[in-house]
Design a protein around this ligand. Structure first.
Ligand code: DC
Length: 223
């Protein structure tokens, strides 16, 4: 049997790190849907398309091809033939992704690709609307949250480790702004599915968060 694990929650709650390790442990494919929105954001930045201009972003979609590839178990994101896995992680792209993800046409553009990936294989898919819109029938749904300050601390550490020197206040303000955008947009806003299990990782370290998710998944799969 194929399983679908939907992992949703705000940015910086630890979804992707948990999902990556869990996919290796369970032998499932990890699908990072945020990377797809980021690629569209990056395309706009690279091509001078104003991400606040819905019509311009929508008009650009036919020129965009996004593929997720797996190299040694690692997901690589390929935008129009170029591996952009690294570029899509910079701060500017995060905000661009948050903006373009509010547009209906952008969400529709990615929906089939996301659903198709879960048709023939067991997946762990992380995002904002996986349990509510993309895979409403997923066998396992987990909604991961953490306090904004805690998420900003984690994100700040990550950026510093990558050599990006951004002030902490800016990282926190970005997180609060992105939460607002993600929760208040009309299309597929960030919210917990009714049948999702909520996990607050504010007071948990990575190991504890990971074990909590693993336990939820294993319990569900044994049912
Ligand atoms: O998870 P992330 O930070 O890489 O996501 C980048 C942006 O994409 C985020 O601001 C919200 C958006 N997103 C979305 O709207 N729906 C998803 N399923 C995944 C991400």
């Amino acid at each position: 049997m194929n399983y679908r694990i939907a992992l949703d929650g705000p940015s910086g709650a630890g979804k992707s790190t948990i999902a990556k390790r869990l996919s290796a442990e369970l032998g499932f494919v990890y699908v990072d849907t945020g990377a797809m929105y980021r690629s569209i954001g990056l395309y706009c930045l690279q091509n001078g398309i104003d991400t606040s201009d819905k019509a311009a972003v929508t008009a650009a979609l036919p020129q965009i091809d996004i593929q997720l590839k797996y190299v040694d178990g690692e997901q690589r994101v390929v935008l129009n033939g170029t591996d952009v896995s690294k570029e899509i992680r910079i701060n500017e792209v995060s905000m661009a992704a948050s903006k373009v993800s509010a547009y209906k046409a952008v969400r529709a553009f990615l929906l089939d690709t996301q659903r198709n990936m879960a048709k023939t294989q067991s997946v762990i898919m992380d995002g904002r609307d996986i349990g509510t819109v993309v895979l409403p029938d997923a066998e396992i749904k987990i909604f991961i949250v953490a306090a904004p300050e805690e998420r900003a601390k984690r994100r700040y550490k990550e950026l510093i480790e990558r050599g990006q020197n951004v002030p902490f206040e800016e990282v926190l303000a970005d997180i609060i702004q992105r939460d607002y955008n993600d929760e208040n947009r009309a299309e597929a806003p960030l919210r917990q599915a009714e049948d999702a299990i909520r996990l607050d990782t504010s007071l948990l370290d990575f190991e504890q968060s990971y074990n909590a998710v693993l336990e939820i998944a294993k319990k569900r799969m044994a049912e």
